[in-house]
Design a protein around this ligand. Structure first.
Ligand SMILES: NC(=O)c1ccc[n+]([C@@H]2O[C@H](COP(=O)([O-])OP(=O)(O)OC[C@H]3O[C@@H](n4cnc5c(N)ncnc54)[C@H](OP(=O)(O)O)[C@@H]3O)[C@@H](O)[C@H]2O)c1
Ligand SMILES: *[C@@H]1O[C@H](CO)[C@@H](O)[C@H](O)[C@H]1NC(C)=O
Length: 337
């Protein structure tokens, strides 16, 4: 390398070190899970239950919220086995309520949870469900249901918790979106829209609550092996299956670990796996910055990731075209016979 090469390298290294040193200036102070009250909606199953287990392992008191009482009780038994502390304050509590129905019953249920385990420090909005199908095959009520369960549930739960968090000047709120909340994919017209809605909510709310030391995390998990996922597989169009298979299948434990550690440090975007990182950098848009390092990575990688995304898009288009050819030829041969 020439002398100028070495100088450029040295400048680059100094730049990275300065960024690294300055980064904490704009990053939120971490919030400890030990002795915190973590309320997990959808905590009786899948990713929500895995989040509850991780939180309990790290010393938190946990409230699980879902509808089905039997499933809640079973989850409580399981989560309780991970209690680490000897003193009796580390407990697992359950609340049965339909989060998508009406706000007053959600507010009442949450008040009860706060009476039992104290003010909520971490609210994790994980309750959700999905429906896949081509636009015209989905019923209009499917669209309403997605908005009610995936979006309104989070609005209700967050509305019930934010005033107390603001008064205490501390808190974390997580919204579990999906990679389908970053890109619209074949078969997900109803689901993607409900998950995109969470992003608008989170960005706007983060601006409002940042002065109160409340930090939001928007998580974008890829396909994760849960009972909800297995249920969804039954109705997914072939195109949707083939397209989402490109990003693999993760375990709920894996996803929960990443979401929880990003929440503790107050990262706005929580993404997992290589294409998750690519998607988050590519679609970061005007989102809040919680680390200078991260902002730099976004600026540097965005153009490159856009180029890579063009290849993905071409690949998805080929899948859709091939499936259509197959469908057309099947329909043709049926007509002939
Ligand atoms: N699994 C994946 O591949 C994947 C990928 C990306 C994002 N996600 C998102 O991650 C979240 C969890 O997914 P999962 O696969 O773990 O789901 P899951 O196993 O089906 O669990 C869903 C949980 O939400 C609860 N719930 C559903 N509707 C509710 C309502 N109206 N009121 C209260 N609780 C309700 C369920 O309990 P009850 O039915 O008893 O109420 C259950 O505890 C969802 O928001 C999902 O969209 C999942
Ligand atoms: C952007 O990419 C970097 C790696 O280059 C990764 O560490 C970071 O978490 C990504 N940012 C987001 C918001 O996912």
């Amino acid at each position: 390398m020439t002398m100028w090469g070495w100088v450029a390298l040295a400048v680059f290294i100094v730049f990275i070190i300065i960024l690294y040193l300055l980064s904490p200036l704009i990053s939120p102070p971490p919030l400890k899970l030990r002795d915190a009250h973590v309320l997990v909606t959808g905590g009786s199953s899948g990713i929500g239950k895995a989040l509850a287990i991780q939180a309990v392992k790290q010393g938190a008191r946990v409230t699980l919220v879902a509808r089905n009482e039997k499933k809640l009780e079973e989850a409580k038994q399981e989560v309780t086995t991970y209690v680490t502390s000897q003193d009796k304050t580390q407990r697992v509590h359950t609340v049965s309520v339909d989060l998508s129905s009406d706000y007053p019953s959600v507010e009442k249920a949450f008040q009860e949870a706060e009476k039992t385990l104290g003010a909520v420090d971490f609210l994790i909005n994980c309750a959700g469900t999905s429906v896949a199908g081509r636009f015209e095959d989905l019923s209009i009520s499917d669209f309403k249901k997605m908005i009610d369960i995936n979006y309104m549930s989070a609005v209700h739960a967050t509305r019930a918790i934010v005033p107390a968090m603001k008064a205490r000047g501390q808190g974390r709120i997580v919204f579990v979106s999906s990679q389908a909340g970053q890109i619209g994919l074949f078969g997900f017209t109803a689901y993607s829209a409900s998950k995109f809605a969470l992003r608008g909510l989170a960005e706007a709310l983060q601006m409002e609550v940042k002065p109160y030391n409340i930090y939001l995390t928007l998580a974008f998990p890829p396909d994760t092996d849960t009972s909800g996922y297995r249920e969804e597989q039954k109705t997914k169009p072939l195109e949707t299956k083939l397209i989402s298979e490109t990003s693999g299948l993760l375990t709920a434990e894996n996803v929960a670990t990443v979401i929880l550690s990003d929440t503790v440090v107050g990262k706005f975007f929580s993404s997992i796996s290589l294409d998750g990182i690519m998607l988050s950098n590519l679609t970061c848009g005007f989102s809040p910055v919680t680390s200078l390092m991260e902002a730099t990575q976004q600026v540097v990688t965005m153009g490159l990731f856009r180029i890579i995304s063009l290849f993905y898009l071409a690949h998805f288009e080929r899948i859709i075209y091939r499936c259509k050819l197959q469908r057309d030829s099947e329909a043709g041969s049926k007509k002939q016979s």
